[in-house]
Ligand binder design. Structure first.
Ligand code: BTN
Length: 247
């Protein structure tokens, strides 16, 4: 497979994005990380200008035409099972702040889709490896940057270009994201969680869970969601719930 690797120079970066490898094409940036993890430093970002087998949550495909931003971040140090939801929070807030820097007001659909209005602009696929001790986490992020037509998904998806009516350079968007990640690393987890909740669109919305209707009452810092109806209140792990009805 032919790949062109470019090192992108950035502002002073300590961890996330200190190394950035940009490929013309990959099957999936998450797959690339998994195959090459032993050769990648902690915090390395892998970017593909297009993906031939981009993957989304719940085994969905993530169609990855050229023009959008597709990248994965590898984390190998200081990680444990709790890190997964922490990174859901971090990546969601970093995406929201990045969009905000470009003048786009987005919200978070639990756990980590970013929406503009009711349309999805970004998705995150976090994968981990290791049983008793986590060996690494891959945070795969897709941001719709320049796509204008989403075919059957036109009423469910949008892009930065559709919002701003202008073309954007994907590496400029990535650089803003990397800066936001660095800033976020300095914020304490309580404050970051507050910011995540303040951008969340699901609190007090009703959902169907296991064929019953519930209202979402809250989200806890470990990602547990609290749902309630007339009969009962229940706590559900983030991995056990899918909030499709919000977009
Ligand atoms: C979702 O379903 O919302 C998650 C989409 C995640 C897509 C990104 S694009 C970069 C990385 N590589 C992949 O194959 N998937 C993620």
């Amino acid at each position: 497979m032919l790949c062109i690797i470019t090192y992108v120079s950035l502002v002073v970066i300590n961890l996330i994005g200190k190394n950035i490898l940009v490929f013309d094409e990959l099957d999936s940036t998450n797959n690339f990380v998994k195959m090459n993890v032993s050769n990648l430093d902690n915090g390395t970002i892998i970017v593909a200008k297009k993906q031939t087998d981009g993957r989304g949550q719940r085994s969905n495909k993530w169609l990855s035409k050229e023009g959008n931003l597709y990248f994965s971040i590898v984390l190998k140090e200081g990680i444990n099972r709790d890190s997964i939801f922490k990174n859901i929070i971090r990546s969601s807030v970093a995406i929201i702040r990045t969009l905000d820097s470009f003048g786009i007001d987005a919200s978070i659909k639990y756990p980590n889709d970013c929406l503009v209005g009711k349309k999805k602009i970004s998705g995150v696929l976090i994968e981990s490896h290791g049983s008793s001790k986590l060996e690494y986490i891959v945070i795969g992020i897709g941001i719709n940057v320049n796509q204008l037509d989403f075919d059957d998904l036109n009423n469910k998806a949008t892009s930065m270009k559709l919002c701003l009516k202008r073309n954007l350079n994907i590496i400029d968007v990535l650089n803003v994201f990397v800066e936001n990640c660095e800033n976020i690393l300095d914020i304490n987890s309580e404050l970051l969680f507050k910011e995540y909740i303040s951008k969340s669109v699901v609190i007090n919305k009703s959902i169907i869970y296991k064929a019953d209707e519930f209202v979402i009452k809250g989200i806890e810092q470990d990602g547990t969601i609290i749902i309630k109806n007339k009969l009962r209140e229940q706590r559900v792990a983030y991995s056990d719930i899918s909030l499709k009805e919000f977009y």
